[in-house]
Ligand binder design. Structure first.
Ligand SMILES: C[S@@+](CC[C@H](N)C(=O)[O-])C[C@H]1O[C@@H](n2cnc3c(N)ncnc32)[C@H](O)[C@@H]1O
Length: 569
């Protein structure tokens, strides 16, 4: 029989409490006090508002990219309405919580004297990663970059949110080849990319393309793959006839057509692997593979440059891609020369301290979404916008239509003064850099305050939800604008917002007059959950009806409920 509490001595109870405290240290310890930004969303509803003068339209028939300025808890909440299950890859480069006075939590800088700094960081990350997970497709991949300050906590957090079984890999990327010499023990020269899948059973990681070095070496290419020419006669160790007698055999060559065969033909020349000094060597392959290679053209036969005899080569192939390893070392991954210096060239002055190497991000995105040229890529700690730049570079390389969403706050003016101008420069071109044509829209997060009554809140939310709906539908071309309803379109469909149900009849008439058959997604304001289906029964155009703001509120309610469960409220 276990003892009751009263039966324990004071010393025994102290020992139990000590044990419990010790045990707690092995798990994740959350910050008890909720973050203000997170609490705010209980009283106010996040929306986005476009800054129209920042829109860039440079490429027809291509998707629009988005920058959303504001706290990412708010932008991720909005994206939970607009982009649930739509994102292929998430790249997140959060503050590393090094204690070096760069990270602000609840309006206060978190420094190394803050004993709760790990718990604060964990809670901050948990809230955002939980929202981000909902945005991933079932085949989606997420990476969070980190260094050794929070590597272990991040690993446990990712296991908790995404599941240990969905861990895809932990990459070590050499981002600072010189090493941080100020470090007391080892000079840190790398950081980590902690990679998880939404569902590892469905996820794929693409091989990386050849490096520049490999391209130089494997400089020939046929319809199968790139290759280099390897001499058919072996040299060096084990190349004498007595070392490998089976690889000493004649090859017969037609002097007219330069065709080769292992079978003797009259008037064909017999060639043996004999070197310039007259020593008997061997071929690099045995007879079976030689026969196959002669037939399929893998062996190339030329007349020798000296004029007499022949030179024989084998096409030494390399697969078009190489499986990415977990250790990434390449001078192009140096954040100093391919991050900071790149920004310096673009802006003429130092504008941001922590940009990633463009090529490290590009290569990561390639492994996570390389085969998918229409991938949607999200970065919710976008900083200077390296991810957007990398997505455009990938599109430039293969004509892809990948699309990005960058979310960043405006800490020290970064969104306005760095993220936006950088992406604009990459699209428009700057200095000698020829731009990569694309489209962009810029939004800011905003909050709709809860009004005196629920109905008033609903009216206010709908009045300010147009940009959110356009983002969700990817329809930005305005077709019709009245006080009571608005219509937008893209190449594939229309989206319509009806602010006053009394206007349904007029909307239908306007839709009827449009001379194409694109379907319409219609958002109808309703104080209840009514979609006014019967009112639309006679609309001939294919259509889907969605009640607002109920469909938005539903998403926000789900977010709050899950969050309350996490906070134990
Ligand atoms: C480490 S930097 C990312 C740098 C980026 N990868 C690049 O290459 O430029 C993190 C960025 O996240 C932003 N940030 C920090 N907390 C945020 C939050 N709660 N919401 C949105 N952005 C945030 C900071 O302003 C900072 O620019």
């Amino acid at each position: 029989m276990p003892k009751t509490l009263e039966e324990y001595t004071k010393d025994e109870l102290i020992e139990i409490i000590k044990n419990l405290k010790r045990r707690k240290k092995f798990g994740l310890v959350w910050e008890d006090k909720p973050e203000e930004i997170v609490r705010q969303v209980e009283a106010e509803l996040p929306v986005i508002e476009e800054v129209p003068e920042r829109a860039i339209e440079k490429l027809k028939d291509a998707p629009t990219n988005f920058v959303i300025e504001g706290d990412n808890y708010h932008s991720l909440s909005v994206l939970n309405y607009t982009h649930t299950g739509k994102v292929d890859v998430i790249y997140a480069d959060p503050p590393y919580n090094t204690g070096s006075n760069t990270w602000v939590y609840n309006n206060r800088i978190v420094d190394s004297n803050d004993t709760y700094r790990h718990s604060k960081w964990l809670t901050f990350m948990r809230e955002r990663l939980t929202l981000a997970k909902q945005l991933l497709k079932e085949t989606g991949i997420i990476t969070v970059t980190i260094d050794d300050y929070e590597l272990f906590t991040l690993g446990m957090l990712m296991d908790e949110i995404f599941g240990e079984e969905n861990k895809v890999g932990v990459l070590a990327v050499e981002n600072n080849p010189r090493g941080r010499t100020a470090n007391r023990f080892y000079a840190t020269s790398h950081e980590y990319y902690v990679v998880y899948a939404k569902n590892a059973k469905l996820a794929t990681i693409s091989n990386l393309p050849l490096t520049e070095e490999q391209k130089k070496v494997f400089k020939y290419e046929d319809e199968i793959s790139p290759y280099r020419m390897r001499g058919m006669r072996k040299s060096g160790a084990d190349s004498r006839r007595k070392d490998r007698p089976k690889q000493f055999y004649p090859i017969y060559i037609n002097p007219e057509t330069l065709q080769g065969s292992l079978e003797k033909h009259d008037s064909w020349d017999e060639i043996l692997p004999i070197d310039n000094t007259g020593s008997e060597r061997v071929w690099i392959i045995g007879t079976e593979r030689c026969k196959e290679f002669l037939e399929d053209g893998t062996i190339i036969i030329n007349k020798a440059k000296s004029g007499s005899g022949y030179s024989l080569f084998v096409k030494d192939r390399i697969k078009a891609g190489r499986k990415a390893r977990t250790v990434w070392v390449d001078p192009r991954y140096d954040t100093s020369s391919h991050g900071a210096t790149l920004l310096l060239k673009m802006f003429g002055e130092k504008v941001f301290d922590y940009p990633k190497s463009l090529w490290a991000v590009r290569d990561f995105l390639y492994t996570a979404a390389g085969e998918n040229k229409e991938a949607l890529i999200l970065d919710f700690f976008a900083g200077s916008g390296t991810t957007g730049h990398a997505v455009l570079e990938l599109n430039k390389e293969d004509g892809g239509k990948r699309q990005f969403i960058l979310c960043t706050n405006n800490e020290n003016g970064i969104a306005e003064n760095v993220t936006y101008p950088r992406v604009k420069n990459v699209i428009d071109g700057y200095s000698k850099y020829e731009g990569i044509k694309s489209n962009l829209r810029y939004f800011k997060t905003a909050l709709v305050s809860k009004q005196q009554t629920d109905d008033q809140t609903r009216i206010e939310l709908v009045a300010r939800s147009t940009d959110m709906i356009c983002l969700r539908e990817d329809t930005f071309e305005e077709v019709f604008d009245s006080k009571a309803y608005r219509i937008f379109k893209n190449d594939n469909h229309y989206s319509a917002i009806v602010f006053e149900p009394m206007a349904i009849q007029f909307l239908k008439e306007t839709l009827d007059k449009l001379d194409d058959e694109k379907p319409a997604h219609i958002y109808v304001f309703s104080l209840s959950n009514d979609t006014y289906e019967s009112d639309f029964a006679d609309l001939e155009r294919t259509h889907e009806l969605r009640p607002i703001p109920e469909s938005i509120l539903e998403v926000y309610r789900r977010i709050h409920e899950n969050q309350n469960v996490r906070l134990g409220a």
